[in-house]
Design a protein around this ligand. Sequence first.
Ligand SMILES: C[S@@+](CC[C@H](N)C(=O)[O-])C[C@H]1O[C@@H](n2cnc3c(N)ncnc32)[C@H](O)[C@@H]1O
Length: 286
Amino acid sequence: MTPDPELHEGPNAQQSQYWNEVAGPKWVALSDTIHGQIEPLGSAAMDRAGIEPGQRVLDVGCGCGHTSIELARRVGEAGHVDGLDLSAPMLAEARTRSGEPANLHFEVADVQSHDLGEAVYDRIFSRFGVMFFADPTAAFANLRRALKPKARMVFVCWQEIGKNPWMAVPGAAAAKHVEMPAPSVPHAPGPFAFADAERVTGLLQAGGFSNVACEPVEQTLMIGRGMSPEQLVEFSLQMGPAGAAMREADEALRDQLRASVAEAIEPYRGANGLEMDAAAWIFSAF
Ligand SMILES: C[S@@+](CC[C@H](N)C(=O)[O-])C[C@H]1O[C@@H](n2cnc3c(N)ncnc32)[C@H](O)[C@@H]1O
C-alpha cells in the first residue's frame, strides 16, 4: 500500500508525511509493545462505546489495526468496521495482522477531509487517533455527518504532558542536552493537543456534536513489557521529544542523551518493564 500523494498536499500534509515517513515505520516495528502499553486505556474507552453485534463502526486513525480487529470481533459477521488512517505502512501492518476478514476494511484516508458519507455509522471510535487534525472542528463536522442521528462517538486522548511521565521523563532528560523547540502554535496537532478538556468540548460542539461527556482515566502503564534495561533505554529514546532530539543529534550527543535517559527512567524500572503513570480523557458525544 503506497501513501496517497493527495494526502501529502491536503490539509494534514505535515501529519501525513510524519506518519508515513517518520513515525509510521517506527510504530510498525514496535506495534505490539506500544499496543501493550496503551491497551488498558483503549479498552476502557471501547467498553464505554457500547459496541454491539451488527453495528457499523469507524475506527479513526486506526494505525496498526489492533483496535479495529477488536471492534470487528465485537460487531461480528453481521457488522462492519472501517479502519481509516493517514499512514500506509501502518495500514499495511493492520492488513497483515488482521488477515482482512470480510467485516473489516482498511483505507488510507484523511478523516478530516475524506468523504465518509452521511449517517453511515452506528459508532465512531478512536484510540489516540484524533489529536492530529489541522482543523479539528472541520474533522468533527465530517465525523458528525458520517454518524447516524443520536449515534455515539467515543475516543480516548491524552491529558497534559506533565501528567504523563511516560512521555515527559525521557523528554526532560533529552532537554538537558538539546534545545527543544517551543510549540509554535498553542494546541498544535500532536499527542497532547486535546489536553484541555474544555477546549475539546467546544471543538466537538462547534463540529455539531451535543451531549459531550468527558471522563478522566488515570492509570499506571507498563512501558516496554519484557524488555531488558538496555532495550528500555533504546525504546524510550524513540518516542516523543526524546525521539526528535535523537534524530537531530550527532553520535557524541546521542551517547549523552542515552546516558541521561537511562538515568531518568531507572527509578521507574520494575521486574517487567517501566511502570509509569498516565492520564487520559475519554470523550463521548453524539
Ligand atoms: C498515536 S497513533 C494511534 C494509532 C492507533 N489508533 C493505536 O491506538 O494504536 C495516531 C494515528 O492517527 C493517524 N492520523 C493522524 N491524523 C489523521 C487523519 N487526519 N486522518 C486519519 N488518520 C490520522 C496516524 O497516522 C496514526 O496512525
